[in-house]
Design a protein around this ligand. Structure first.
Ligand code: HEM
Length: 487
């Protein structure tokens, strides 16, 4: 009986099968429901994945489980009365999954900054081929370097811009772009190998494995998109266009940056949520609220309205960042280097913003191209979006203060951090413009946009409920630990 009970405590499926216990006063499900008023997504019966999970659950017991099972071993009376979970528990990803995702998102953060510096130092077009496997080895001999340099000499960037650089300068820009590409591969390995491990060992649920598998595919797609972007800057047609500047398409640059932001958001958001849920399952509070308070707090109307605003603002941050990529792609930060005015007025003249010169159709019906192709309009759009984001964050901050009795305490703090970050970002953006886009400021401004996005994701996370698995494990925690202490 002793061993079967210990087994029941360790493994949900065993717990279902071996029911030698006398009293089952509170089921895990009823606790969970009373806490949250939402019904956890229980698996019926003991499905295969849970059965095979038993081993991993044995190996990865939560700390309180270890403490509690030790106490149980000492307390025989408790053993004969403790209620078993009435149904198998869903998989709760361990903290290590959260840490791995946070490390991956930090690497994506790093590659976003390295990518920015690569562009700002005009190094991005120095490698003229895409070799996903062999490209990891740079030229090793002088002959190989000469060959690589000769390939670069055939590009429009060398012919139009860099015709006076020597081999040493070439090596410098080559290593910058090479570092960016190697970091991309490293992210692939750091993400995919542990993902496969966690999925095979059933440490993550099927739905989480599918979501993270989607992110893994996005990493591959990001590599391909990066090359598609670089190709646009190597195109010989640039040589035929009078006044053309050898640089990559701003559309592709924005797509590349946008996808990097999505990847980052997916890893960072999931990683942070996993860690928070793990702590909650281990008896921690939820966003500063007790485990019996968050259900009611989060369903209040002002809180739900606040959450809708936070979502809108996060979308706006993303849009502002995308518009920033158009500014960077067109070197639009090199004009109108003043703020808040542009040429002595709040907005440039209308015919400059919507110039017929950017329309390709004879009737001028595609003047919308100005929005994406005219540097003046692109900079103006970025200013308008940035100021709107700034005002939106300020309003959210003030609203959080007004609602501080109703919102989870962590939401109020996270909103303050987001407000602080957007102030820094605004200052960095204005300085980048006033000082004609120096590399350190522009790179910091790019990093700042990721920081603002992270702060907003954190705000959103503080406004969600713990997942069904975390709630179920927490209910079991309450049942075992608090139940044990009552006895
Ligand atoms: C919430 C506010 C802002 C966000 C999220 C944001 C985001 C971004 C992003 C992601 C880029 C692209 C960087 C790159 O690809 O290298 C960028 C570029 C830029 N932003 Fe902002 N920005 C904000 C505010 C501002 C403000 C207020 C200004 C000044 C008026 C500004 C001026 C610039 C300039 C000049 C660039 C081009 C820098 C370059 O060529 O590398 N930004 N911004």
């Amino acid at each position: 009986m002793f061993s079967s009970l210990l087994g029941a405590f360790r493994s949900p499926c065993n717990a279902v099968r071996s029911t030698p216990l006398r009293s089952v006063n509170i089921s895990t499900r009823s606790i969970s429901n009373s806490l949250t008023r939402t019904r956890p997504n229980w698996n019926s019966g003991c499905p295969l994945h849970l059965r095979s999970q038993q081993k991993s659950l044995l190996a990865y017991r939560l700390p309180w489980q270890r403490r509690a099972s030790h106490n149980l071993a000492l307390n025989k009376r408790f053993f004969s009365q403790a209620p078993p979970p009435s149904e198998p528990l869903p998989i709760l990803p361990p903290k290590s999954v959260g840490i791995w995702l946070m490390v991956s998102s930090t690497l994506v953060f790093a590659i976003i900054v390295v990518g920015g510096v690569t562009r700002l130092t005009e190094s991005g077009l120095s490698i003229t081929e895409w070799k996903p496997i062999t490209g990891v080895i740079p030229p090793l001999t002088e002959r190989e370097w000469e060959e690589e340099f000769n390939k670069y000499k055939a590009t429009p960037e060398f012919k139009l811009l860099n015709h006076s650089i020597g081999l040493d300068d070439f090596k410098r820009i080559f290593y910058m772009e090479w570092g960016h590409r190697v970091l991309g591969r490293l992210i692939g390995v750091v993400f995919v190998a542990p993902l496969a491990y966690f999925a095979v060992k059933k440490r993550i649920s099927g739905s989480l494995a599918a979501k993270l598998g989607g992110l893994a595919l996005l990493i591959g797609a990001q590599g391909a998109l990066g090359w598609y972007m670089v190709k646009s800057g190597l195109d010989d047609k640039l040589m035929e266009t009078p006044g053309a500047v050898p640089r990559v398409s701003q559309y592709r640059l924005a797509a590349h940056l946008g996808m990097a932001f999505l990847l980052y958001a997916g890893m960072f958001g999931t990683g942070l949520a996993t860690i928070k849920e793990w702590k909650f399952a281990n008896g921690g509070n939820w966003m500063g609220l007790s485990s019996s308070a968050f259900g009611e707090a989060l369903s209040k109307l002002p809180v739900r309205a606040f959450k809708a605003r936070a979502w809108t603002l996060t979308g706006l941050v993303f849009l502002t960042a995308l518009s920033g990529a158009f500014v960077a792609g067109l070197d639009a930060g090199l004009l109108y280097n003043e703020f808040p005015l542009m040429g002595g007025r709040l907005a440039p003249p209308r015919d400059e913003l919507m110039s017929p010169a950017y329309a390709q159709k004879p009737d001028g019906s595609d003047k919308w191209r100005n929005i994406f192709e005219n540097p003046t309009t692109v900079q103006f759009d970025h200013r308008v979006l940035a100021i709107t984001t700034y005002l939106g964050t300020t309003l959210l901050f003030l609203r959080a203060r007004a609602l501080r009795q109703v919102l989870p305490p962590l939401t109020v703090r996270a909103t303050t951090v987001a407000f602080a970050m957007v102030n820094v970002q605004l200052a960095l953006g204005i300085s980048t413009l006033l000082y004609l886009v120096p590399v350190p400021l522009a790179a910091a401004h790019q990093a700042g946009s990721v920081a603002v996005l992270s702060a907003m994701i954190h705000v959103l996370l503080t406004l969600r409920r713990p997942g069904a698995a975390a709630q179920a494990w927490r209910a079991l925690y309450n049942q075992r630990v608090h139940g044990a202490s009552k006895k």
